[in-house]
Design a protein. Structure first.
Length: 500
């Protein structure tokens, strides 16, 4: 999708469609939908339809007017943004996605989006607004129906953002939005592929190709390296599969980076999770192709980081393998020695994510990472706790949490902190080894995080359980159902926050 800025008055922009935001300023029984444009010609064009009460400004209400009077655009799209009081850049991002999804389904290929500029209501900084619109438009332009023979792949080819302000700053914001939006779609593309088309080896290849394009260092190692590093927990999972595992390392080492800070991003890359010997029921097992979403998120985040060039050192480690039952597979009761030296009693081979991450976290620390973030589709229990809305967030350090929460707020993604009290340690006690890999069902997401905490040790660490949020169960106005690319935006903001 081509993107460009226009500094004309919205009413003077020649386009197939001009999209504008309508907000609900109503109080008590007094309805008041206001077109967020300082251009009176645009407001006049929408006056009649607003007067009928048909347009209220409620969230994701879309009204398409043809041949609107007094403006140059062929159509005017009124996008309801909800209550004016709560409107923010996060809503604007979704509205841009909704505009794209509405218009591309009508075979429109190019349109213009007017930055809400009345300001009275939104108070969104112009640069943040442009970035949000571009990100949202890219997210909305992605469809996952790759393998349909009659795939239409309708897309928006060109987006013009009508804005006011400092051209250089707005161009930068647009570039940032493009990089982050495209990187999120890159992640979604990886996650979307089925396991026969995204084996650990293929994930490694995709990471390598991307790294070469954006100038990152990349290494992809196989089973020999796992054994050399004594990654007994990772190998325990990988040993049951005929597909070789891949230990993927991406390095971003800018000049003039912040001293003494080395961020480590660790991603779960299970390209298919059958459960292993503790096999999953057939019902819904096909979804376990997205069990590499955490890894794909880290690969996509590294792409964005390489292009945005924040001055902070970042290393990503992705643990990619299948989790399969076979004559070589690990069995319940087996004991594995993790890279850190800790012994793990395998209670349930389906609790494999924490095993691969244990060695990933340990390796990141060995490589000198000073701060760690992991992302993983780790537990069904996090879906029970938080549904399909919030990412489960855990932290072993409040300062690290505060930093991450700030970045998360800027990114506008739903995340919710869950506890890690020492009292939960009971749940991962083993009678024959240091810890078990699967505790009781209650508090399942926390038990998994407690397990990981043992391997983050004293390094400040954030764990993101994205099992409920990495895959959208339904179409939304702004995003297609399927892989969401969740957490990437927060991660990129977090990394940028450390730059000197
Ligand atoms: N990959 C799953 C978790 C998952 C569930 C991801 C639903 C996405 C949607 C993970 O490896 C798993 O199987 N976890 C088990 C752990 C249990 C055996 C302790 C679970 O949540 O049931
Ligand atoms: Mn599993
Ligand atoms: Zn899994």
């Amino acid at each position: 999708m081509n993107t460009n800025l226009s500094f004309s008055a919205p009413s003077q922009v020649e386009t197939d469609c001009l999209a504008v935001v309508v907000l609900d300023h109503s109080e008590k029984d007094k309805p008041a939908a206001i077109v967020e444009s300082a251009d009176t010609a645009v407001r006049d064009a929408a006056k009649d339809v607003i007067a009928t009460g048909e347009v209220t400004g409620k969230a994701f209400e879309t009204t398409l007017l043809h041949r609107p009077a007094g403006i140059r655009a062929k159509r005017l799209l009124l996008l309801g943004g909800g209550k004016a009081k709560t409107f923010s850049a996060a809503e604007l991002l979704k509205l841009a996605g909704a505009a794209v999804r509405t218009l591309k389904s009508k075979s429109i290929r190019a349109f213009a989006f007017a930055l809400p500029e009345n300001g009275v209501a939104t108070g969104i900084d112009g640069n943040d607004g442009v970035r949000a619109i571009v990100e949202g438009a890219f997210v909305g332009n992605f469809d996952p129906d790759y393998y349909k023979s009659d795939r239409k792949d309708q897309k928006i080819d060109a987006l013009t953002i009508v804005a006011k302000g400092d051209q250089k700053a707005l161009e930068d914001a647009l570039q940032t939005g493009r990089i982050v939006g495209e990187s999120q779609n890159f992640t979604r593309d990886l996650v979307n592929e089925p396991s026969n088309r995204m084996t650990p080896t293929m994930l490694g290849e995709r990471a390598r190709k991307m790294a070469a394009e954006v100038g990152l260092k990349c290494e992809v190692h196989g089973a020999d390296k796992l054994k050399e590093l004594k990654m007994g927990a990772f190998w325990g999972v990988a040993q049951g599969s005929d597909e070789p595992p891949a230990l993927i390392i991406l390095r971003y080492e800018p000049e003039g980076a912040t001293k003494d800070v080395h961020l480590g991003l660790v991603g779960k890359g299970i390209t298919f999770d059958t459960g292993g010997i503790s096999i999953k029921p057939a019902d819904g097992m096909e979804k376990m192709k997205y069990d590499m979403a955490g890894g794909a998120t880290m690969i996509g985040a590294m792409r964005a980081i390489a292009l945005l060039k924040p001055k902070v050192r970042v290393t990503a480690i992705i643990l990619a393998t299948e989790n399969m039952p076979s004559g070589k597979a690990q069995k319940p009761g087996d004991v594995q020695i993790a890279m850190s030296g800790k012994s793990i009693e395998i209670i349930n081979t389906d609790a494999e994510g924490r095993l691969v991450l244990a060695d990933g976290l340990c390796y990141a620390r060995q490589l000198g990472c000073t701060h760690l973030v992991d992302a993983a589709t780790l537990t069904g229990a996090v879906v029970v706790a938080l549904g399909y809305v919030n990412v489960g967030l855990f932290a072993n350090d409040d300062q690290m949490y505060e930093r991450f929460a700030k970045a998360n707020k800027r990114a506008g993604e739903n995340m919710w902190r869950l506890p890690l009290d020492d009292d939960y340690k009971e749940n991962i006690k083993s009678s024959i080894a240091d810890i078990v890999n699967a505790g009781p069902r209650h508090g399942g997401a926390i038990n998994a995080a407690m397990f990981l905490k043992e391997f983050a040790e004293d390094t400040p660490w954030i764990h993101l359980d994205i099992a409920g949020t990495a895959w959208m169960e339904e179409n939304k106005p702004w995003i297609a159902k399927g892989p969401s690319g969740v957490a990437l935006r927060s991660l990129v903001e977090f990394v940028k926050g450390w730059a000197s």
